[in-house]
Design a protein around this ligand. Structure first.
Ligand code: SF4
Length: 350
């Protein structure tokens, strides 16, 4: 704990030179680190950490959730990661559709999808769709699925365009970003340089987050606006070139709809091969879907943009819990509401 204590002392000294400073983390795992170690509690009052659009399940639009549920209700088999099936759609969740008899399987890896595909092919049934969700960290696995002939409904998203959109919207003061570590192992350092705000690519230990807060404060004090790499033990300038090439081979950058934002230009990854793109392959089913409904009372859209904290939602804890989630931010382990529910405000730090 010695090193953490030293960093906290330095942060306290530097903080005296500022009024209010707001840094945003855009990664659910950082949100967990901040909450788990009570980092907000050890920072000076004028240094605020706010959570942004760092949970891929949470930022998936209601339209896309409804669309995949519609496919399932029309007899298409769906495979996806666990959190997605509990996200409430306008009328039901994938979980509810499964209870009604739709063929929906939770997978833990792309290998699981191949096993299901093989079983189906043996039954002369090839109507499996993989609901591919996530930022650049999980996208390469979906690319492997596509290369092996799996049909995919892609809601894969790119982090930097959303950060750019947040800055452009100007709804919230952001003095610096704690850049996501996992995503950065894939995309490297370069893409962040287009954002004109101090940034630090950060690892996932408490000491990493504290160090990045200190580095951001130093940038502000010295009038610098740079992308520094605190997570250099895993993140390299060019990123993972092999993974990036794989993504460029089978996916196209496209406009994408985000919960809380609407459409952000060039912020998603779409399947290039029409025959493997579920949105085109099953276009007739998807064209019939009514406009999505709002989740009554849910503040997820504001929470994703950093405008509200979970306890500003009237449903938090009383009505909406991880066992009975009303919105996506309570479903996912990376969702801000879920994280705030699980961790108290106390600190494990000195
Ligand atoms: S507490 Fe539940 S209803 Fe409220 S914003 Fe969070 S997920 Fe949505």
């Amino acid at each position: 704990m010695k090193i953490e204590k030293k960093i906290i002392n330095e942060i306290n000294i530097l903080a005296e030179e500022f009024d209010e400073v707001k840094f945003m983390e855009v990664c659910g795992t950082h949100t967990q680190t901040v909450a788990k170690y009570g980092i907000r509690g050890v920072l000076p009052e004028n240094i605020k950490l706010i959570s942004g659009p760092g949970c891929p399940v949470c930022v998936t639009s209601q339209e896309d959730i409804d669309a995949v549920i519609e496919l399932a209700l029309n007899g298409i088999s769906i495979a996806t990661y666990g959190d997605m099936i509990r996200v409430p759609g306008s009328k039901m969740s994938l979980d509810y559709a499964k209870a009604k008899g739709s063929d929906i399987t939770i997978v833990y890896s792309i290998e699981d999808c191949f096993k299901i595909k093989k079983l189906k092919e043996n039954l002369d049934n090839d109507n499996l769709v993989f609901f591919g969700v996530g930022f650049e960290t999980t996208t390469p696995m979906t690319c492997v699925a596509l290369k092996k002939g799996l049909t995919v409904y892609s809601v894969h998203k790119l982090v930097v365009p959303a950060m750019d959109a947040l800055l452009a919207m100007g709804e919230i003061k952001i003095d610096g970003f704690i850049d996501p570590g996992h995503v950065s192992t894939i995309i490297g350092v370069k893409p962040y340089r287009k954002l004109k705000v101090p940034q630090v690519i950060t690892g996932f230990e408490a000491v990493d987050v504290l160090a990045s807060v200190l580095m951001l404060l130093r940038q502000l004090k010295e009038g610098r606006c740079e992308v520094e790499n605190e997570y250099a033990r895993l993140v390299h300038e060019e990123g993972n070139v092999k993974a990036l090439n794989l993504m460029n081979e089978v996916l196209d950058v496209a406009d994408s709809r985000w919960r809380g934002f609407g459409v952000i230009p060039k912020s998603g990854m779409e399947v290039r091969d029409d025959e493997l793109n579920a949105k085109i392959k099953y276009g007739e089913i998807l064209n019939e879907i009514p406009k999505p409904g709002e989740i009554p009372g849910c503040a997820c859209s504001e929470i994703i943009r950093g405008l509200k904290e979970p306890d500003e939602c009237p449903l938090f804890r009383e009505v909406c819990t991880p066992d009975a989630p009303r919105g996506p931010c309570m479903v996912s382990q990376e969702g801000t509401c879920n994280i705030f529910f699980r961790y108290s405000a106390g600190s494990a730090l000195p």
